[in-house]
Design a protein around this ligand. Structure first.
Ligand code: 13P
Length: 288
């Protein structure tokens, strides 16, 4: 059941759990995410970066796939289709194609420009019934060639941007896209508390791969309502297929059909997604 991010995030906030945003990289990811969400009876957000949109063919290709699959697989749990870390124009293109949620990421721009463009998009999103995530303070690590410096978000800037009429806010609290470095200092709960005190919105944690489970539970307890996950699915998919191809079964496989080769990877992604849904507390929360 396709919806915007708003009801999903508001339910997560009042229910004190977090919804998983699973980033899509191809058709298998989309199917694995939808089927796992349905099995777990969990609301879910399908996230797609601009690079992944380009890889798959374009906004209409991705929207057609996600919307069509949602119907063909009879998915009953609430699902949002969200553009992840995008520029202003890409957000408009995604809305035109049928995305139900967009993330405008102006965190690398001058603060005034981020604020101005976020406010402009918020007005458009309101008219078009699309949810909007904004970002303050870039998130460390690298995603699609965008390198964040990892500063912690300013609670004052979070307060100002949350007044623009956005649906939810991604604010750097020491989180990192991709693998966490060995000398990572962990999430800053002090920053999270300071941001929470200045805002009245669902808060989003990017870089959801590789955060220790206790730290993740604590972040959700302190108000994180949405956690984005990509790297762990990518790693699990690649490792499972690599292992299978080199196994005796893989070496002897009689079938040259693509689904046979991808099956171990798909099963691995499904395990990761189910694990995240349970860790975030969203299993069984599809309908409140
Ligand atoms: P990871 O790749 O670190 O899981 O982060 C995903 C993300 O934040 C997408 O926006």
């Amino acid at each position: 059941m396709l919806t915007t991010g708003k009801p999903i995030l508001e339910a997560a906030r009042s229910g004190h759990y977090a919804v998983a945003q699973i980033n899509l990289n191809n058709l298998e990811w989309c199917k694995a995410a939808l089927l796992t969400a349905e099995r777990e009876q969990a609301p879910l957000i399908l996230g797609v970066t601009e690079a992944a949109v380009n890889y798959m063919g374009g906004f209409r290709t991705v929207a057609g796939m996600a919307i069509g699959m949602n119907e063909d697989l009879n998915i009953t749990v609430p699902i949002a289709l969200q553009l992840d870390h995008a520029g202003y124009e890409a957000c408009l293109q995604a809305m035109d194609a049928g995305f139900t949620a967009v993330m405008y990421d102006g965190s690398a721009k001058a603060w005034e420009e981020n604020l101005e463009q976020t406010a402009a998009l918020a007005a458009i999103c309101r008219r078009r019934n699309v949810s909007l995530e904004a970002e303050v303070g870039s998130i460390a690590g690298e995603e699609d060639g965008v390198v964040g410096t990892g500063e912690l978000a300013s609670p004052e800037q979070c307060e100002a941007i949350s007044a623009c009429g956005i649906t939810c806010l991604a604010a750097g609290i020491g989180n990192v896209h991709g693998s966490y470095p060995a000398d990572w200092r962990g999430l800053s709960f002090e920053t999270l508390e300071a941001i929470k005190a200045k805002t009245d919105l669902p808060l989003v944690l990017h870089g959801g791969s590789g955060i220790p489970e206790d730290m993740m539970r604590e972040a959700i307890r302190r108000g994180i309502c949405k956690v984005n996950v990509n790297t762990e699915c990518q790693q699990a998919f690649a490792a499972a297929i690599r292992t299978w191809v080199h196994s005796a079964e893989g070496q002897e496989a009689k079938s040259d059909r693509l689904p046979r080769f991808l099956a171990p990877g798909v099963a691995a992604i499904e395990r990761v997604i189910a694990g995240k849904i349970r860790l975030f507390g969203s299993a069984g929360r599809a309908f409140g």
